[in-house]
Design a protein around this ligand. Sequence first.
Ligand code: PMP
Length: 437
Amino acid sequence: MGTGQGRERTEAVVARARAAFAGGVLGTFALPDELAVIPARGQGSRLWDVDGREYIDYVMGSGPLILGHAHPAVVAAVAAEAAKGSHFYTPMNETALRLAERIVAACPCAESVKFVNSGAEATFAALRLARGFTGRDKILKFEGGYHGHHDYAQMSFTPQVPAEFPEAQPDSAGIPKVLAGQVLVAPFNDADAVEKIVRGHRDDLAAVIVEPLQREIPPQPGFLQALRAITTRYGILLIFDEVVTGFRLAWGGAQERYGVVPDLAAYGKVIGGGYPLAAVAGRREILALSDPARRRDPGYVCVTGTLNGSPVAAAAGLATLAELEKPGVYAALQAKGDRMRAAVEEMGRRYGLPIRGMGEGSIFVFHVVKDEIKDYRTLQAFADRAFHQQFGAELIRNGIFVYPGQKNYISLAHTDADLDQTLQVYDATFRKLTAKA
Ligand code: PMP
């Protein structure tokens, strides 16, 4: 595993990709050429690259693959559905309807559903629905929160020099300058700051959008409850971005786990079982604004797309949910995450590093920090970026595929033996990096 084999095929693909793609990559996840991993196939917790190297995968497609790669039930469902025709653009199809009914039954806020193709589209639609429903334009998001690549979401996700709250800082060029004025930014886990901003902008504010688990930072007890109370008090909608947490932190997602019900929620990743599918779900009267029968009404909100509700993606989602519904699944996912968090903290004590196991449930990452991380700024203040780059590079070289410094997604396919093997590599890596220091 890991080292040993040649890298000829990988190097050839990397060289061609440099010509075809900006930076030689599909999105924003880039690795140094010597660590490039070009997948040939995946099965369960493992992926194999084009030169035959084997990895235990903790990227897991950035979260959708909660059952692991190529789960037989998902593969069979997709194959059966695709054989019947991939796509129709009929007003409805039964496979998408079955998935919508499952989401409504599982997710506390979901009275009705609208399908889209990506998490970004889901948060975009949720924000547009909130504006349509309230008749107000502004939204409040949290510094360091990620809601996709669209113009309203690419604000103060990774500000280099944080501004004074609630000023928004665009994360990308090409966003109309006026939009920064439509987004207010607050610190995560600070209900007093939110209350102050909301009170000052109550007449303009349509919604507060939050990742209930912001990246790997858990909500402090009472924070989400406070958001619910503040938004209700001022007649503003509360949107949970459950693209990561939906059907992962619990069957009913973060809403179930933390006991707070928003007005709208965005779903993605797990509900598509590794295929392009996402959804906005929530209160019926809000979703009803997107009913095309209202097209001539001033309150009509357009949510549409050629491939929305793809039956093939919905079949993958349904097969995934059927596995997740089995008894003991969420306890098993929790136990795997808890094991990783406890093990890295124990290694920290042995190697004299202040390690914190972060994340919740099967989402896991560690940071080298003494003090509690409660928001973007406390995380930045201790930025262990260089350590993470070195640590991640060692993991990848030794057959553990990670996105250095980012969340690890543990799947149901990760066995105790996989975690044992992973932790041995972690141990050796901590030993090597602390010996060097
Ligand atoms: N919201 C959250 C919380 C996410 O983590 C992501 C993607 N990582 C998105 C939205 C956007 O989803 P997509 O990449 O499917 O557009």
